[in-house]
Design a protein around this ligand. Structure first.
Ligand code: 2SA
Ligand code: GDP
Ligand code: MG
Length: 424
């Protein structure tokens, strides 16, 4: 019966893909509940690496039913390309289920995302340019196109017409771009519909029936807590709800079914795109973490901004998600450092903040209050148990746990499936 939520505790890229894949051996369904192909989830199995964008990470476990939930925005061309790419590598995608209620990313959404970012100049969000914001905008404005509309040419035609009537005004009058034409879009999307038809289902019903039958369902989030449109560093956020609350809305599973929330927490912090980042390192150490941790966008290839671990953020994530367990990832990346600073609180214009300030300007001005912990020299990538870790690495994990507001029940010491220590 239980549903378990897996959520990013920072600004995304904490290693959710690896954690989901790992849990794939213990769950029956994996449901992606928000975001779109802005996400990049990496799973390393043996000598093979898979970069997933729209497909749930459970696709790589043969006994799991992977589901794209109603809360996801789908670029159908990208999804088909991803399915074909995986099938060419021998991954069976036939079990995939796609919610008929999921919304579609349309060509005008991609165009508007890119052009609006260009016009924002220095104030840009630093989006992935995949059309995410405009697609969710249409959903909330009640003029979105859904997967089920692909199977009704009349409705699809009307919806594209309606959407373009407004979007073409914006594209031509505000952004000085050429208008987009209805017919080619309708034709293109009807063809996608035919190819996606075998996967489309009433996933909200199927997942709940599975829960009633005693199956275990993992609700997989993309991005992270601080990119949440409500709880993140607004406006430098994505346009969906990665936090645990979003898991219910984006899958159709009621909150009484959720028995656990796993927060994925990196042993340091990264962020892609614009916006405040109190522990950011703009020096050689930032570059060191980027190269050692391989911190480059899985979708766009952009450099990720890097900084020290921030316990204020971890506590905030524990709170807004109701985290029951943290999985700490990439501890191995810190091996070899003499000392490792961690942020325990913020100093905002001389005032100490132990908790996340609710005022955005305060967060912009937050300076980290650092505590310095001793590092370790040993390579830990082969560690199999917590006791195999050097004492200083153990102390680092214990201190993070003390500060973060929930227990740490797994530790990543490398990208591979077998490079995870379980604590409980
Ligand atoms: P968008 O495209 O509208 O969702 O962008 C809004 C903000 O959300 C951030 N965002 C992300 N942050 C971290 N990782 C993401 N996925 C990719 C990855 C990112 C990439 O796994 O590496 O390849 O660049 C992701 N997706 C969205 C984005 O940077 C904006 O700050
Ligand atoms: P996601 O978006 O949260 O799924 O994370 P990404 O895939 O964007 O980025 C996480 C990166 O870290 C990927 O390249 C993973 O293979 C890698 N990774 C995950 N866990 C670990 C770990 O414990 N150690 C190391 N060195 N790499 C890890
Ligand atoms: Mg990622």
């Amino acid at each position: 019966m239980p549903a378990i939520v897996l959520v990013g505790a920072q600004w995304g890229d904490e290693g959710k893909g690896k954690a989901t894949d790992l849990l794939g051996g213990k769950v029956d369904y994996v449901v992606r509940y928000q975001g779109g192909n802005n996400a990049g989830h990496t799973v390393v199995i043996g000598d093979k690496s898979y970069a997933l964008h729209l497909l749930p990470s459970g696709i790589l476990s043969p006994d799991v039913v992977p589901v794209i939930g109603n809360g996801v925005v789908i670029d159908p061309g990208v999804l088909l390309h991803e399915i074909e790419g995986l099938m060419a590598r021998g991954v069976d995608c036939s079990r995939l289920l796609i919610s008929a209620n999921a919304h579609l990313i349309m060509p005008h959404h991609r165009a508007l995302d890119k052009v609006s970012e260009r016009y924002l100049g220095k104030a840009r969000i630093g989006t992935t340019g995949r059309g995410i914001g405009p697609a969710y905008g249409d959903k909330i404005a009640r003029m979105g196109v859904r997967i089920q509309d692909l199977f009704d040419p009349g409705i699809l035609q009307k919806k594209v017409e309606l959407s373009l009537r407004e979007k073409n005004q914006v594209l031509t009058k505000v952004y000085n771009r050429r208008p987009m034409l209805v017919e080619p879009i309708v034709e293109e999307y009807l063809a996608y519909g035919e190819r996606l038809r075998p996967y489309v289902a009433n996933t909200e019903l199927i997942v709940n029936q599975a829960l009633d039958a005693g199956k275990v369902v993992l609700l997989e989030g993309a991005q992270g807590t601080l990119l949440d449109v409500d709880h993140g560093t607004y406006p430098f956020v994505t346009s969906s709800s990665p936090t645990a609350g979003g898991a219910c809305a984006g899958s159709g599973v009621g909150p009484t079914k959720v028995t656990g929330v796993i927060g994925i927490l990196k042993a340091y912090t990264t962020r892609v795109g614009s916006g405040p980042f109190p522990t950011e390192l703009l020096d050689d150490m930032g570059e060191y973490l980027r190269t050692t941790g391989g911190e480059y966008g899985v979708t766009t290839g952009r450099d990720r901004r890097c900084g020290w671990f921030d316990a204020v953020i971890a506590r905030y994530a524990a709170r807004v998600n109701g985290v029951t367990d943290f999985f700490l990832t990439k501890l191995d990346v810190l091996s070899g450092l003499e000392e490792i600073p961690i942020c325990v609180a913020y100093d905002v214009e001389g005032v100490r903040h132990d908790e996340m300030p609710s005022n955005q300007t305060d967060f912009h001005h937050a300076k980290p209050v650092l505590e310095i912990l001793p590092g370790w020299r040993e390579d830990i990538t082969g560690a199999k148990t917590f006791d195999d870790l050097p004492p200083n690495a153990q102390a680092y994990v214990r201190r993070l746990e003390e500060l973060s507001g929930a227990r740490i029940s797994a530790i990543g010491v490398g990208p591979g499936r077998d490079q995870t220590l379980t604590l409980r």
